[in-house]
Design a protein around this ligand. Structure first.
Ligand SMILES: *Cc1c(COP(=O)(O)O)cnc(C)c1O
Length: 343
């Protein structure tokens, strides 16, 4: 069966306006000078979508909200960290589709102050009309979400619970669909991408792409990630499990194993949501050379990893490398103090 036919059979609510663009980052290539080693760098602009400020989580929400509609849901409950992009985009999508939205936000990052607690994504959550539940450190947000859903059910409402950055097997299908989009764009542009580089947080992005590559008969190791949450071994295990669950949902009689999933833990630094000097430098480089924004938690670290791999000679001269820009730029306002000062 074709991947496109499998995708067409699944419930989906359209949230993107069409394929996101791919552009070459020539000004960054120039800035790298001889350390570019003959590599060509492209960006896929999943940060550029109209709804809710855009970002990768909208691709997952297309399938999650399709699933929610099948279940007859009138309310979406999403969980995440205080500055969750998934929560923000769940709130925006619910506003667009006329659903109620509740966000269960927990403390996953050792960071405080008004910027982190109230600005960035949190500011937008409120504007999109979501109801916020602020959970303390150590609280079980998934359990809280299910208890809340049960409470709503007793009031005659139907809540759909989406946890873990939307990286359930259903949500991850969004990136299997993106694999197909990349393949179509690659053909149209006449550019063969030797590698697609992504951040790996809750693993759904990479899992969906890996499943999509496998379903298309392409080499899944072309997709590689930099982990921003778990050490590499844990991220690989989670990605394999999710990719196989996606293949099952797509009715593909194929599977992947740990050899198909490439994850580097080199950029993790002090852990999830903790800034690193390489991240700050990567965000500054992308902004000052291309006028494009990366976020501090995901894209900044992943792009730092790509730059370090390129200068270490881990790509061959002539390779076309596609960096997936996943959005999350409201996070810059939450991390403002890390970017102030020297230009
Ligand atoms: C969630 C997120 C990711 C990581 O995706 P996962 O599927 O959780 O691995 C990357 N970038 C941004 C901006 C995100 O919000």
């Amino acid at each position: 069966m074709q991947l496109s036919q499998s995708l067409d059979r699944l419930p989906r609510r359209t949230l993107l306006d069409g394929p996101t663009s791919i552009q070459r980052l020539t000004r960054i290539e120039e800035a790298l000078g001889s350390s570019l080693n003959g590599v060509r760098i492209y960006a896929k602009r999943d940060d550029s979508m109209a709804l809710g400020g855009g970002g990768s989580k909208l691709r997952k929400l297309e399938f999650l909200l399709g699933d929610a509609a099948e279940a007859g849901a009138d309310t979406i409950i999403a969980t995440g960290g205080r500055q969750s992009n998934f929560a923000r985009l769940a709130a925006a999508s619910a506003a667009r589709l006329g659903l109620a939205c509740e966000l269960v936000l927990s403390r996953m990052v050792p960071r405080e102050g008004d910027d982190y607690d109230l600005n960035g994504n949190v500011l937008l959550d409120g504007l999109f009309g979501a109801r916020l539940h602020d959970l303390p450190v150590g609280a079980d947000s998934t359990r809280f979400a299910h208890v809340r859903a049960e409470e709503l059910r007793r009031d005659g409402r139907i809540a759909y619970v989406a946890t873990l950055g939307g990286s359930s097997p259903v949500g991850s299908i969004g990136y299997a669909a993106c694999a197909l989009e990349i393949q179509e764009q690659s053909t149209a542009l006449g550019v063969d991408f030797a590698a697609v580089v992504v951040p790996n947080g809750s693993s759904g992005t990479q899992a969906g792409l890996v499943a999509g590559y496998r379903a298309l008969g392409l080499d899944a190791t072309r997709v590689s990630s930099h982990s921003v949450l778990a050490p590499a071994a844990g991220a690989i295990a989670a990605t394999v499990e999710k990719a196989n669950a996606v293949l099952r949902l797509l009715s593909f009689d194929a599977s992947v194993n740990t050899d198909d999933v490439k994850v580097s833990g080199d950029q993790l630094g002090g852990g999830y949501g903790v800034s690193t000097p390489a991240m700050i430098e990567a965000v500054r480089l992308m902004a000052s050379r291309e006028g494009l924004l990366l976020d501090p938690v995901y894209g900044g670290k992943a792009f730092a990893g790509l730059l370090s791999d390129i200068s270490a000679g881990r790509y061959a001269a002539g390779d076309n490398v596609l960096f997936l820009m996943t959005g999350g730029t409201p996070g810059l306002y939450a991390y403002a103090s890390d970017f102030r000062g020297k230009a």
